[in-house]
Design a protein around this ligand. Sequence first.
Ligand code: MEV
Length: 326
Amino acid sequence: MSSGWHTASAPGKFVILGEHSVVYGKPAVTLAVDLRMTVAVRRSKWNTMNGERLDFRRQAHIRYLTRDLNHAIDMLTCSEIPVGSGMGSSAALSAAMAMALASERGEHMTEEQVMREAYEAEYFAQGNGSPMDASTCVHGGGVSINMPDPDGEFLWRVERNGRSWSFNDLKAPEMTFVIGNTGIRAPTGPQVDKVHRYMDRSHFAREVVDDIETVTIEGGKALRSNDVEALGRLMTQDHKLLSILGVSCDELNRLVNASLPYSYGAKLTGSGGGGCMVALTDRPEKVCEAIKSRGGTPYVVRTGGRGATMEPEPPKVPGVRRRASR
Ligand code: MEV
């Protein structure tokens, strides 16, 4: 703690397989990355974020997280995670802020409590999603969800609206992934709703979601046995299925197609409609060049980012003094 600040950070994540279908209680596999969101809070006279007065009512997940506060706070945020891009920036913010606020109250939360608070904040803000992003950003490393034969340690189970998700730790082997950001911001809620409406009216859409389940279960096996060729093939197949569901877009398809000649496989990751794609490759430089040549921003990610954790110092936010207490 420095000058009354309570600081925590949480990693971003990407989904290897199973986004959207996981909302319906189907399996998924995710990995945390080495890009982090850092949040610091301290007691204050006014609510501020990064030095600007902040109206919490306009930021739904912050409104939820601060629902029981009886005083104002200064808040600092610093994100290495591209925001609104399917890489879990929102869940990482909720997780880090939940931890920082607990510390400010003089409380310690378990990993599961932080996950539940972050998930509730995400649910309040976006509605209808799964606890996958919150779980990955809180636990870090790798997470498998509703896998029929998980071999990692059981983490927690979440139930909501008749659906349930069992989370297990996943020790993924070292693999190189390149993320390509289209630069198009695409919030999760509307994409989830779009798939929901399609499934409501179409048997075909429900079959596509079942096919994603099959691909994800096969992909989980390929991941555990370090079979990059099989995993890549399944990722590309998953991209096609997600495109049929209507959550890809021209920009994502362009980055996926540009990466494929140098990759085992590639797909959109997260909710789609913009945001990011991910390629599994052992030629990351070539994939980065290909992504750049199509107007995307590449990141070679190191996976296995550590989970949500307290930090000793608040983040340095340009133009904001951290020391002066009010
Ligand atoms: C977003 O990262 C993943 C989705 O499956 C939504 C969710 O699981 O909450 C699209």
